[in-house]
Design a protein around this ligand. Structure first.
Ligand SMILES: Nc1ncnc2c1ncn2[C@@H]1O[C@H](COP(=O)(O)OP(=O)(O)O)[C@@H](O)[C@H]1O
Ligand SMILES: [Mg+2]
Length: 621
């Protein structure tokens, strides 16, 4: 422990507040409960049985017969018309499907199920069953639909857990044509999986038709009035969907868009074809985290090994779609069409790509799986230095790297003597990196090298003296380097150490006026410092299993700048903020390098760009 010589006062106006909760390290479990489906709780067991007879919304009376299926929200039964009808389908058909949702279920807290509103605004979509009546009877919300046949999961399961290549290819083509139309109405489905694809009723004319049901998680990707794309956001604590088939973006809490349905379709097709996905079998509280990590680590080539090339092309193409990119549905359908077999023998009827219709062709027909196009899902995982550079008027900045514990003191002393303070720190293989410069605005600084992550007693002591944490780093073995300074604008500070990224806590503190001002990792643990009066007016977090390039670019475009970064061997997190006072020059650049970027730093200095943040950890090569 060592106090910098440079004295002077001018610290915080209000005494530092050490929040008890902020100080006690809290284990992961309470902040990473995996929610399989938001609001879809298995509550039916506790509720009353469905009625024997139903009549809602002016429909004829129906007897409730055998159960057709059950999902996260609803239970679906066969309804048989009390007064026999000759009609095979449509309103008043002899048999219908009745979807029951209990009044007390999560989806119905504020009145009728959310799904109803989606059906209302959709109108008819090819491949989505028609809803004929809806209404409430007693404690049940009841939706009356065309009765369909088994789900693809049922078919797969009943046929020995295998499905032919022709069948899966047909499903691919037809599913794409349904999703294309659903998307054209401004909606994404949000829960594409074998259980939500149904065939027509056995023995009927629709027997070989494919349908998509369950709009309970559907969201708009397009504004119904202005027609603009919804805005990008990431809420790492929000997961909607089904773990096995969810897109990586859905796992990471990103706003759903068209690409997510197609990524889930890729996993659905591969599940049906191969009978298994590489991320099955994880259990426990952080199942979602492990599944997402595995999805990221599984290349298209690995996932689609021993399947026809179409599947790999499809998968690679859809996982690399940008947030607001329009998928090339027709081009993707054309990948599967040759595998569907001759029309009369096809197990599923496909509309397919309308031949001879040139205008149906999409601009730039090819799926660029190579070339200069920036991929969203990048290559192999890598551990790298991440450096962030900000424009600054010319100033003195120094960096030291590969610094052993015993050498920290001499570098810091030398820097302090030259009027420099530590502005950021990082750690790579038990060796520290120190950035010192003249642009910090600090008036005094102390640091602590400790074998704890983080040294609570010392921090509390320094808080009492008016210092605030302004930089920190942790090593793989749990030691840490914490830097605390005077002369910051902060008026209160709080920190949390956690086994998973503590987004919930951050969210809570945001509401109390705190903003993230420092972040560090120690192996897989995170430490986050949040301060009041941090000089920001808005802040968000990009968290990913790779460098979240797309998210960062989108935030940059919206006026955000990276203000903190840290990475574990698995994940990297970037805190991105809007400063209260916009800098004259808003230039910000990031670099990822396998070695410490000494020569790059010098090049940046020559352009008046200075290191503003540094971390070592998971990116992608
Ligand atoms: N129209 C229908 N005809 C026949 N079976 C259906 C129909 N709709 C749903 N099902 C069956 O009921 C299950 C649950 O329905 P779904 O709408 O997906 O409810 P949830 O929102 O609870 O997942 C489906 O997986 C399917 O097996
Ligand atoms: Mg369902």
């Amino acid at each position: 422990m060592k106090a910098a010589e440079a004295g002077a006062s001018g610290a915080a106006a209000v005494g530092p507040g050490a929040e008890a909760q902020g100080i006690a390290p809290i284990a992961e479990n309470d902040d990473q409960k995996q929610k399989q489906r938001v609001g879809k709780e298995k509550e039916e067991e506790a509720t009353a049985p469905v009625p024997d007879k139903v009549q809602v919304g002016g429909m004829p009376e129906y007897f409730v017969e055998r159960k057709l299926g059950k999902g996260g929200f609803g239970q679906v039964y066969v309804g048989r018309r009390a007064v026999v009808s000759k009609m095979k389908d449509g309103p008043g058909a002899n048999y219908v499907a009745l979807k029951f949702e209990h009044r007390s279920s999560k989806g119905c807290n504020y009145g009728p199920p959310y799904e109803w509103s989606v059906y209302n605004s959709l109108g008819g979509v090819h491949g989505i069953p028609k809803v004929h009546y809806k209404g409430r009877q007693g404690d049940w919300y009841i939706m009356v639909m065309d009765m369909l046949g088994p789900s693809l999961w049922d078919v797969w399961n009943q046929s020995g857990q295998v499905m032919s290549q022709e069948m899966v290819a047909c499903i691919g083509v037809e599913a794409l044509s349904i999703l294309k139309e659903l998307h054209s109405k401004g909606y994404v489905h949000g829960d594409v999986k074998p259980e939500n694809f149904l065939l027509g009723q056995p023995g009927s004319l629709q027997e070989k038709r494919l349908y998509l049901v369950d709009l309970g998680l559907a969201t708009r990707w397009k504004d119904p009035v202005c027609g603009t794309h919804v805005e990008y956001d990431q809420r790492p604590d929000v997961f909607r969907g089904t773990v096995r088939y969810a897109s990586v973006h859905a796992h990471l809490g990103r706003t759903a868009s068209r690409r997510d349905d197609l990524e889930s379709l890729a996993y659905t097709l591969l599940f049906l074809l191969k009978g298994r996905l590489p991320w099955q079998g994880y259990q426990g509280d952080n199942k979602g985290y492990l599944v997402c990590k595995k999805k990221m680590a599984t290349s298209g080539e690995m996932l689609c090994r021993y399947t026809p090339p179409a599947f790999r092309q499809f998968t690679e193409s859809v996982v690399n779609l940008k947030f607001d990119e329009e998928p090339k549905y027709e081009t993707l359908m054309r990948l599967f069409e040759p595998l569907c077999g001759p029309a009369p023998q096809r197990p599923i009827l496909i509309e397919g790509v309308k031949v001879g219709q040139k205008r149906m062709r999409e601009p730039d027909d090819a799926l660029d799986d190579s070339g200069p196009r920036k991929k969203i899902r990048l290559g192999l995982p890598a551990t790298q230095w991440i450096t962030v550079y900000n424009a600054h008027r010319p100033m003195k900045q120094r960096y030291h790297y590969n610094v052993a514990n015993t050498r920290v003191e001499q570098h810091v002393e030398k820097g302090n003597d030259d009027g420099l303070y530590i502005s950021s720190v990082a750690c790579c293989q038990e060796l520290w990196a120190l950035i010192m410069d003249a642009g910090t605005g600090f008036s005094a600084q102390v640091y602590n090298l400790s074998n704890q992550f983080l040294p609570k007693e010392w921090i509390m002591e320094k808080w009492e003296e008016g210092f605030y944490i302004t930089g920190m780093a942790g090593s793989m073995t749990g030691s840490s380097l914490v830097v605390m300074s005077k002369g910051t604008p902060y008026t209160q500070q709080s920190y949390k150490v956690s086994d998973s990224f503590p987004f919930k806590w951050i969210n809570k503190k945001w509401k109390e006026g705190f903003y993230v001002t420092s972040m560090a990792t120690s192996h897989t643990r995170w430490a986050v410092v949040m301060s009041r009066n941090a000089g920001f007016v808005d802040q968000c977090v990009e968290l990913d299993f790779q460098y979240p390039s797309e998210g960062i670019h989108r935030r940059w475009d919206a006026g955000f700048r990276i203000t903190a970064c840290a990475a574990t061997p698995d994940q990297s997190a970037f805190v991105i903020s809007v400063p209260r006072r916009r800098p004259m020059d808003e230039t910000q650049e990031t670099l990822r390098t396998s070695a410490f970027p000494s020569s790059h730093v010098k090049e940046k200095w020559a352009k008046n760009l200075y290191i503003a943040g540094i971390a070592y950890g998971r990116t992608v090569s």
